[in-house]
Design a protein around this ligand. Structure first.
Ligand code: MN
Length: 484
């Protein structure tokens, strides 16, 4: 295995590396002689996807699946063979990623991104599949320039509308920002370059102010005798662009572009630093938000405040612990990792191995939210999105229609348009003829065949379960009775 990959995997127990090495060897052989658009050998892509995930310090099954993520689609490897070699868990992850890449996305669907995201969540069941897909997409975005421009744009818009919001929901801001900025650069190069140039100009002219504020803060924290480090806040050009759009303001009026992030060890010390800044700087009115006491729904925690320095520089400051910072950059996966670290200190080695192998961090994440007694929108929406109570079915033009579980082709016809329902004649499901009562499932492509003189009958009520379709059929039948 490459030494840089081995190094990023050093958080895993030695035993877990065996399966990863096996997956590495298998995928390397399977992809032999395949080449990417960049001219690199194909397997290098799989390694970089695994490395992205290793930075999240995610479990061995996910890393193995990342190395294998393209073998079902792009090589001669078969599912049976993979199950024999790697077992169900890893293969289900690989299958999930393969399934995801079958859903092709185009501009037509951009407007429907939200339905798509829900549909994908309903399809994948295991959130780790989405995270592998995100790591895959991150690497594809980093190497986007090797593709033809038209293809670049399709991938960029898909990434921006479909995948960046996933990264956001999972709290992986680092990936979200990078995916967004590459997409922004690809889709709106002029706006991107404008904001980047403005940013650099302003950064230079403010650098002196920023350094002086930073030094004042540093000196004061040193007096408090607590551990800390200060970093400049990373930029997200697309975020600035969106803010300009949202607030309808030119670049010059967007204020919180410069920021310092102060990272310390404990929550108490976060507040100690806050108190110190409060005593020594002018806080901008209404700028203080306490996300430590009131975390965001994706578990983001930090203190936010904006100060005005003696030289009138406006600086946005974030104060957080190391753990909160990890969680901010790497999302739920980081939380899981910290929790595990604490557990491994508490338990003896044997027990710990057992916990690790059974660890389902999504479950842990949901439990965390329960523990903190704040079910939050994330949990609620994740529950409905993953629940088996709704399905997502495509029209031939790949519009996504949301239906309740058990919905039939007739329900689908009414959901597309009432007139289409009324003149229902038949349905093609995944290009094969179905019947009026065929139950649909998520991912089906359904085409409704109509006939001009086809009309609802009372028998149709047996085949329609959605309130909309049933109401339409009843209304039609009533009108018929009145006429006679
Ligand atoms: Mn890939």
């Amino acid at each position: 295995m490459e030494s840089f990959l081995k190094e990023t995997l050093s958080y895993l127990p030695q035993n877990d590396l065996k399966i990863i090495e096996k997956a590495h060897f298998y995928a390397e052989c399977a992809h032999a002689y395949q080449v990417r658009a960049s001219g690199e050998n194909y397997f290098s892509h799989c390694i970089m996807v695994a490395k992205n995930l290793a930075e999240l310090k995610i479990d061995a099954a996910t890393i193995s699946a990342a190395l294998l993520h393209d073998v079902l689609e792009d090589t001669l490897a078969t599912e049976q063979e993979l199950i024999k070699e790697f077992g169900e868990e890893i293969v289900n992850l690989v299958k999930g990623v393969t399934k995801l890449s079958k859903y092709k996305f185009d501009d037509e669907i951009t407007a429907q991104a939200e339905n798509w995201r829900k549909m994908l969540l309903a399809v994948v069941k295991d959130i780790r599949v989405i995270i592998i897909k995100l790591a895959d997409r991150l690497h594809n975005m980093r190497t986007l320039s090797f593709l033809p421009v038209e293809k670049q744009k399709i991938i960029a818009s898909e990434s921006l509308n479909l995948y960046a919001p996933f990264a956001h929901r999972l709290g992986i801001y680092k990936w979200k920002s990078e995916i967004e900025d590459v997409a922004f650069k690809t889709l709106q190069p002029e706006q991107y370059n404008f904001i980047r140039t403005q940013w650099q100009k302003r950064d230079e002219s403010n650098l002196e102010n920023l350094i002086s504020v930073e030094n004042q803060i540093k000196n004061k924290i040193v007096e408090l005798k607590i551990p800390f480090r200060i970093t400049a806040r990373p930029k997200n050009l697309y975020g600035i662009y969106k803010k300009m759009q949202r607030q309808n303001k030119p670049f010059t009026e967007i204020q919180d572009l410069f920021g310092l992030r102060i990272i310390t060890d404990t929550v108490e010390n976060c507040y100690a630093i806050l108190g110190m800044i409060n005593a020594n700087f002018n806080l901008l009115d209404g700028s203080f938000t306490d996300y430590i006491n009131l975390p965001k729904e994706n578990m983001y925690q930090s203190l936010h405040l904006t100060v005005v320095s003696n030289s009138n520089a406006i600086v946005e400051i974030q104060i957080r612990t190391e753990e909160m910072n990890q969680r901010c950059e790497y999302g739920v996966a980081a939380h899981w990792r910290y929790k595990r670290k604490v557990e491994s200190c508490e338990k003896d080695d044997n027990k710990n191995k057992h916990t690790e192998s059974n660890l389902d961090w999504l479950k842990q994440f949901l439990e965390y939210q329960k523990e903190h007694n704040e079910p939050g929108e994330f949990l609620k929406s994740l529950r409905t999105e993953c629940s088996f109570e709704q399905i997502f079915v495509f029209t031939p033009k790949r519009k996504v229609i949301k239906l309740p579980l058990g919905a039939t082709a007739l329900d689908f016809a009414y959901a597309v348009h009432s007139d289409i329902g009324d003149s229902f004649m038949g349905a093609k499901i995944n290009f094969k003829m179905g019947t009026i009562d065929t139950e649909l499932k998520t991912g089906d492509i359904c085409e409704i065949l109509t006939r001009k003189n086809s009309r609802p009958t009372s028998g149709w009520l047996e085949f329609a379960i959605t309130p909309h379709a049933r109401a339409r059929i009843r209304k039609f039948l009533k009108e018929q009775i009145k006429k006679h």
